[in-house]
Design a protein. Structure first.
Length: 454
């Protein structure tokens, strides 16, 4: 078996463009790029990194983001008040709804500029009444990546990332997953991205996986057309002829997509190739349904791995438990449970919580990311209690990553199954009562035909 340090060095060689030059490293970079295994840093060492990186990030946004600075003043908190990790609960948290509360047209551009921390490059918007996609494109042209995710209410969550923040997030995503699937990953293998093509979308889960193309030699993509806010609006219930046509096309594309994936799997079997599949569980679920209907199965064994993320709804009112999915992966594809891992993340954050192969608990990257659980008055709860998920994310350099979400989680001090030191989330993540369903896989699911999973 390949030595773990060598394994990570091989990864770093593939993704060197994502790693900032060492002489420019901040305490945030130290906490993300230095540890070989983000989930196995001794607690004392990790706490030091966590304190330095989050304190650095808080200072940065306090100094360079007028909106956040005012927010802190309202809460009467300054960086001087953060003297140790015990003071982290004083850092003012922004409700995730804030990132959905945006105006139209040119005001949308101003709204993004207000969230952004630091000096924005010049943004050129030609149209007088630009659409959301035109504003996003204008920012992208200036090197600021605006990604989004949407909820059932049709509102998007928009987050601006500068190049450095985006690269850091992608680096952390890939490193987190390939650490947990050790020793499966290698560059010279095949991959299937069960998401829109990152080069043709700003849907976050698609975009953030662009690093997959650098980390694995041969990547195929499930959804290879342009996916923007307009297309999502139309497929998620757009009315009139245009909406109808797009929905019909989506249905035809979905059927072809499933057949293409099956053909791809046949080829991997024939050539005895090593491969991974990463993305929306809904798509793979539909593939396995079709295989089962035809009485077929594969036996890929330890040559293959699955990384899922973005939510577990397979129909409008039907959520598949992860355990059932994992069982199907074993039965239909013959891939062992230790190589079928779910990832919990969101568009507002850059912390990637990944299942451990031993127990399928969600491990948090605790050297740069502090998870919290809050009650309905936003007071911090202790370990083993269920509540609203919130986090302090030092990796967010271009917007304040101190955020309260609409997800309900349970935080445990230690994994009940494996020996990795940091805190974990119970794998059962739900939405807080009254919060709309969202997630990037949900976005993809609704965009595709709702029939393919039946
Ligand atoms: Zn574990």
């Amino acid at each position: 078996m390949i030595d773990f340090n060598q394994y990570i060095s091989n990864y770093e060689k593939c993704v060197s463009k994502y790693i900032p030059p060492k002489q420019t490293w901040t305490p945030v970079d130290e906490a993300i790029f230095k540890p070989r295994d983000l989930y196995r840093i001794p607690l004392k060492e990790a706490k030091e990194m966590q304190f330095k990186s989050i304190k650095y990030a808080f200072n940065h946004h306090y100094e360079k983001n007028e909106f956040y600075n005012n927010f802190c003043k309202e809460h009467k908190v300054t960086p001087k008040d953060i003297k140790s990790i015990d003071d982290f609960n004083k850092i003012p948290l922004i409700p995730d709804k804030f990132f959905k509360d945006y105006p139209k047209g040119k005001d949308f551009a101003t709204w993004i500029a207000n969230i952004y921390t630091g000096e924005l490059p010049e943004i050129v918007i030609k149209n007088n009444k630009p659409t959301y996609d035109e504003v996003i494109d204008a920012f992208n042209k200036a090197g600021i990546c605006i990604t989004f995710s949407s909820g059932t209410g049709g509102k998007h969550t928009f987050i601006p990332r500068d190049q450095r923040t985006f690269y850091t997030s992608e680096y952390a995503a890939a490193k987190s997953l390939l650490t947990m699937i050790y020793p499966l990953w290698e560059y010279d293998a095949f991959g299937y991205l069960l998401m829109p093509n990152p080069k043709k979308t700003n849907v976050y889960a698609g975009k953030a996986l662009e690093i997959y193309f650098d980390a694995v030699k041969d990547i195929s993509v499930a959804i290879d057309r342009e996916v923007n806010t307009e297309l999502i609006r139309l497929t998620m219930g757009g009315k009139g002829i245009k909406g109808k046509i797009i929905q019909l096309l989506a249905k035809r594309t979905s059927v072809k997509m499933i057949d293409d994936i099956i053909k791809w799997l046949e080829l991997r079997e024939k050539n005895n190739d090593k491969f991974t599949m990463v993305g929306a569980p809904y798509i793979l679920y539909a593939v396995m349904k079709k295989l089962k209907r035809e009485g077929r199965s594969f036996n890929f064994g330890e040559k293959a791995g699955i990384g899922t993320g973005g939510g577990w709804k397979v129909h409008e009112h039907n959520r598949i438990p992860f355990n059932d999915f994992q069982k199907e992966v074993e039965e239909v594809l013959g891939i062992p449970g230790k190589y079928c891992l779910d990832v919990y993340a969101m568009v507002e954050g850059n912390g990637w919580m990944v299942h451990c192969p031993e127990g399928h608990y969600l491990h948090t990257p605790y050297s740069y990311y502090q998870p919290f659980v809050l009650d309905e008055e936003f007071n911090q709860l202790g370990y083993d209690e269920s509540g609203r998920f919130a986090f302090l994310d030092a990796a967010a350099g271009s917007y304040p990553g101190f955020i309260v979400t609409g997800d309900q989680v349970k935080l445990l001090e230690h994994c009940p199954v494996c020996d990795r030191p940091g805190p974990v989330l119970d794998p059962e993540v739900k939405r807080v009562k009254g919060e709309e369903i969202r997630g990037c896989a949900e976005e993809v699911r609704r965009m595709l035909s709702s029939d393919i999973g039946k």
